[in-house]
Design a binder for this molecule. Structure first.
Ligand SMILES: [Cu+2]
Length: 135
């Protein structure tokens, strides 16, 4: 009974997400993160991250890095997944000492950082976020 409810809820959320995407394509207005979007992101994280407790997902969606501020232990892996409708990149801010290069829609990019950093998408410089690394 509970499983069935969850399944139904997931389907609803998925349909809502599609709705949000459609709206976004029609009128490229900025959409805040609604509860529905958050739920979808959490689902995706579960899908992509089945077992490892040493990897962390950053979803790129709605012209944002989610979460915007991520703290990870040294040696852990961070995976950026582009769930948006346009390509993005992950580039060190502000000296731009390194970049992921273009992360196409549906693609991902992985990094194991030794130290914290601020980063941005150079294609959309208002997209800024940060990673901190704990030892
Ligand atoms: Cu971008």
């Amino acid at each position: 009974m509970k499983k069935r409810t969850v399944g139904l809820l997931s389907s609803l959320i998925f349909l809502m997400a599609i709705g949000i995407y459609s709206c976004k394509q029609d009128q490229s207005s900025k959409i805040g993160i609604s509860d529905n979007t958050k739920s979808t992101v959490e689902e995706k994280v579960e899908e992509v991250q089945p077992s490892s407790e040493h990897s962390h997902i950053v979803i790129i969606k709605g012209m944002q890095f989610i979460p915007q501020n991520l703290s990870v232990p040294a040696g852990d892996t961070i995976i950026w997944i582009n769930k948006d409708i346009v390509a993005h990149n992950v580039t060190q801010d502000t000296a731009r000492t390194w970049t992921s290069g273009e992360i196409a829609v549906g693609e991902s990019w992985t990094l194991v950082p030794n130290e914290g950093f601020d980063y941005l998408c150079t294609l959309h410089p208002t997209m800024k976020a940060s990673v901190s690394v704990t030892q």
